[in-house]
Design a protein around this ligand. Sequence first.
Ligand SMILES: [Cu+2]
Ligand SMILES: [Zn+2]
Length: 187
Amino acid sequence: MKHWTKTALTAMGLGAAAAAVILAGYSHRILAAEGGVKAAIAVLAPTDGSTVKGTVTFKQVEGGVEIEGHISGLKPSSKHGFHIHEFGDQSSPDGKAAGGHFNPAGHDHGAPDGDKRHVGDLGNIEADAQGNAHYKRLDKSVELNGEHCVLGRGLVVHAGTDDLKTQPTGDAGARAAVGVIGVAKGE
Ligand SMILES: [Cu+2]
Ligand SMILES: [Zn+2]
């Protein structure tokens, strides 16, 4: 009798362990089915001769992706072009290895809140008198999954201002910092 009880308990224990394994696999699949990547991050590193650096996060929220960045070392009291470029390649000292603006839909360069724009067109960041900038906006073109997915692409801060109309670059000048957008843990 004792033996049978022990066997039954062992069997129940194994059953529970198996159920836990099955549930763990199931919840993993649910997470994947619920929309994949929820957050991303890019750490901006200065190009040769620049002091610009910072961190920018991308979060999936209702209605789009919330982009928030803190950038320092900028030319004070001025606007600086801010774009997602095609390549997540920081290998060149001038930042040019990042390629042109990320443009999967083949549109013209434009303002961040227009309907027709490069997916990479994030507008400008505005430096205060100390050369620090805080950027925060909800973007409706950038995606962390799907056709406009920006993971693995480059993030660039320019030395000059994006005029939001000159093709195809906004005439924003040299590249002051480059980062690569990677998957983040999120919350
Ligand atoms: Cu750019
Ligand atoms: Zn553009």
